[in-house]
Design a protein around this ligand. Structure first.
Ligand SMILES: [Fe+2]
Length: 142
């Protein structure tokens, strides 16, 4: 089954698994966090609560990307720089969203924020992270 971004949350599917256990575990947690955030946004939770969740996800994401980068370095991954640059773009994009929400929570299009976060985490795992794990395992095209 192909993973889907439902109206409100990301439906977990084994298609998200990339075969590197510690990264799979963290991806699942990250998706749960983003689902929680998406629900909080749509339920119009207090801005302070949204900011807490955004901050928690940011910290987790930084730690997760650092772990992924160490896995890539250890495996001498040939697309390391490209993948790391994508992590940096994702973090920049995320930070921008975080500041927009913190700066003016009432003006932010909450639905759009939730959708953007869902889309990019799903896209990154299914494309870049899967490609990385395949190539590290020696089983895919370069
Ligand atoms: Fe990644």
């Amino acid at each position: 089954m192909t993973p889907t971004v439902a109206d409100r949350t990301i439906a977990w599917s084994d298609d998200f698994l990339i075969g590197i256990e510690e990264l799979d575990y963290e991806h699942r947690s990250l998706i749960e966090d983003i689902n929680t955030l998406h629900r909080n946004l749509l339920e119009h939770r207090r801005a302070s609560r949204i900011e807490d969740t955004l901050g928690k996800i940011h910290a987790r994401m930084q730690a997760h990307f650092a772990l992924e980068e160490s896995v890539m370095l250890a495996g001498r991954y040939q697309h390391y720089q490209e993948h790391k640059a994508e992590h940096e773009r994702l973090l920049d994009d995320y930070t921008e969203i975080m500041f927009a929400v913190a700066g003016n929570p009432e003006l932010v299009d909450r639905e759009d924020v939730g959708r953007r976060l869902c889309r990019w985490i799903v896209g990154h795992i299914l494309n870049s992270d899967k490609k990385m794990s395949l190539l590290l395992a020696g089983g895919g095209p370069s």
